[in-house]
Write a protein that binds this ligand. Structure first.
Ligand SMILES: Cc1cc2nc3c(=O)[nH]c(=O)nc-3n(C[C@H](O)[C@H](O)[C@H](O)COP(=O)(O)OP(=O)(O)OC[C@H]3O[C@@H](n4cnc5c(N)ncnc54)[C@H](O)[C@@H]3O)c2cc1C
Length: 504
């Protein structure tokens, strides 16, 4: 979302290379279901969208960034409509639905529950009409070319394993999220924190890494990916049952199943923790809802669950929480600029502070469009000519794929256990030492997978470090040893600069 949108703006200025480590479509954007939040209905107001975003962010939203998001959002969506995006309509009018923590119906969706796929399709189609944009798929960016305090290009590993460099007057990191740092995640396999790893190694400021949003309801069936079961299902009346077949949310929150995501995720984690079953789950129950409505409104959810022999209209759906979205990332200003000359970040990789400590549902697709466009516009002003770069030497070390896989699995398990939905200082300290030990044994970053292992390790370390330092609970970060919010000490953003952490 962010990368393609930036490329479209930037193409007016010169040649743009869009890199993707798999097919262009393989991204979180492709799997975004629920929709995109935007003020386009007559019953809505920009100020209300702003207020909802600020309220969700638990005291840490950068109001200037959120203002840009809600004010420029409508224009970006109109533009996307002009480029052919087909959002769902009732008659000729756009259909808006409501999601948790939104005070108005302002969520546009496409093909029921395939919003991101449709938005990505329209953007890619537009970008492909622009002769200045070149696409290169199955090209893995392994590192930035950093010299004399500025970024001059990227180092790449092609599909056949060959390394080469591409020079550029500016580089935008739009590599998506970090879900693969955790054992259970809704994110696709490409979400291995590559942009954050590359930026961190080049000395970029990294902010708010402790704020990872866990989606409460991901399908939990052995052998199946943790497929997301959209909040909108609960909006339609789906209920949560524990293993004793009892609803537990009404006792936890006045909004019951529609309580904020972090509250629901913690309540589910609690139920799971209480159970003495070998592999406990919680169930999403939709059996009382109209089957026809469910099939029409959620065709993708219905079809995907059926693949794993779960019929959402008839069966209890086993679920667990899963890592979903990173509010933090590479710190940028409102034009995507990092603290390093020539380096930009956008979308989920970036942290403008727009989501604060917790993201309002459906604000991230919009974030990719709005801040992607802004970064592309700003990059047009980069006047440096691309530097001549030599090609990298072939790596001397041998690749050890087996070890890379093994260490990735270890980090994912440690992160899930100690830096997940509920955290403690003891658990985080344990995670820090276990991840540190993995770091010492990581194989040399030779292949794409061993580079991903290094990025997963670096992101995990940043999350744990920031989560340990934030001795309070706020938004998506919950510490049982510090269950209160402490505005006096922590109404600030965490910032990792090189090897130091501070709150600013
Ligand atoms: C299942 C699911 C459902 C969601 N539902 C919603 C929703 O309804 N509404 C909403 O607003 N948000 C939703 N989100 C969040 C939203 O989809 C993402 O935050 C957003 O799409 C991220 O866009 P992006 O452009 O930052 O990254 P992505 O869309 O993830 O794109 C990143 C791209 O970078 C490429 N890449 C990564 N590393 C490298 C590398 N080293 N070299 C080369 N290429 C690389 C990837 O292959 C990919 O093409 C959902 C997320 C998930 C996972």
């Amino acid at each position: 979302m962010a990368g393609l949108r930036a490329a479209i703006s930037l193409a007016e200025a010169g040649r743009v290379l869009v890199l993707a480590k798999q097919e262009l479509t393989e991204s979180a954007t492709q799997y975004a279901q629920g929709g995109v939040a935007v003020v386009l209905s007559d019953e809505d107001e920009i100020s209300l969208h702003l207020q909802d975003t600020v309220d969700a962010g638990a005291g840490l939203v950068n109001v200037a960034a959120a203002t840009v998001l809600v004010e420029e959002g409508p224009e970006r969506i109109h533009e996307l409509l002009d480029w052919g995006a087909q959002f769902d309509r009732t008659g000729s009018k756009l259909t808006f639905t409501r999601e948790g923590a939104h005070s108005r119906s302002r969520i546009l969706h496409a093909h029921g529950d395939s919003t991101g796929r449709e938005m990505g399709r329209a953007l890619a189609a537009k970008a492909m009409t622009l002769p200045n944009i070149t696409f290169s798929e199955f090209e893995f960016s392994s590192d930035l070319v950093f010299r004399d305090g500025a970024v001059h290009g990227v180092e790449l590993i092609a599909g056949d394993g060959q390394r080469h460099r591409v020079s550029a007057s500016a580089v935008l990191l739009a590599t998506g999220g970090i879900g693969q740092v955790y054992r259970d995640t809704t994110n696709p396999s490409v979400a291995t924190a590559d942009g954050i790893g590359m930026a961190f190694r080049a000395g970029a400021d990294i902010s708010d890494m402790e704020f990872v949003q866990f989606h409460p309801t991901a399908l939990y069936v052995p052998g199946a990916p943790r497929f997301l079961l959209s909040e909108a299902l609960r909006g339609e009346g789906a209920q949560l049952l524990n293993m004793e077949m009892q609803r537990f949310m009404p006792a936890q929150h006045a909004l019951a199943e529609l309580a904020p995501r972090d509250v629901v995720a913690r309540a589910i984690a609690h139920e799971i923790g209480q159970s003495n079953q070998p592999d406990p789950v919680v169930y999403l129950d939709m059996r009382h809802l109209d089957a026809e409505t469910l099939r029409n409104r959620f065709p993708r959810v219905h079809a995907t669950c059926l693949q794993y022999k779960v019929d959402i209209t008839k069966d209890l759906v086993p679920i667990r929480p899963a890592a979903h979205y990173l509010m933090g990332g590479v710190k940028t200003d409102l034009e995507g600029r990092t603290n390093i000359a020539g380096l930009y970040a956008g979308g989920e990789t970036a942290c403008t502070g727009v989501h604060g400590a917790n993201r309002l549902a459906s604000n991230s697709l919009l974030e990719g469009l709005v801040f992607g466009a802004r970064a592309g516009n700003r990059m047009r002003e980069e006047s440096t000519k691309p530097a001549a770069l030599g090609q990298p030497a072939a790596p001397q070390a041998k690749d050890d794929l087996e070890k890379a896989e093994q260490y990735i699995r270890t980090i994912q398990n440690v992160m899930w256990r100690y830096a997940g939905v509920v955290r403690t200082s003891k658990g985080l300290a344990e995670a820090q030492s276990m991840i540190g030990a993995v770091g010492e044994r990581l194989p040399a970053p030779v292949s794409r997978r061993s580079c991903e292992a290094r990025n997963i390790f670096q992101a995990a370390r940043l999350i744990v470090r920031s989560a340990l330092a934030r001795e309070e609970s706020r938004g998506a970060h919950f510490r049982t040893d510090f269950p209160q919010t402490d505005d006096e000490r922590f109404k600030k953003h965490s910032l990792v600069r090189r090897d130091k952490i501070s709150f600013e």
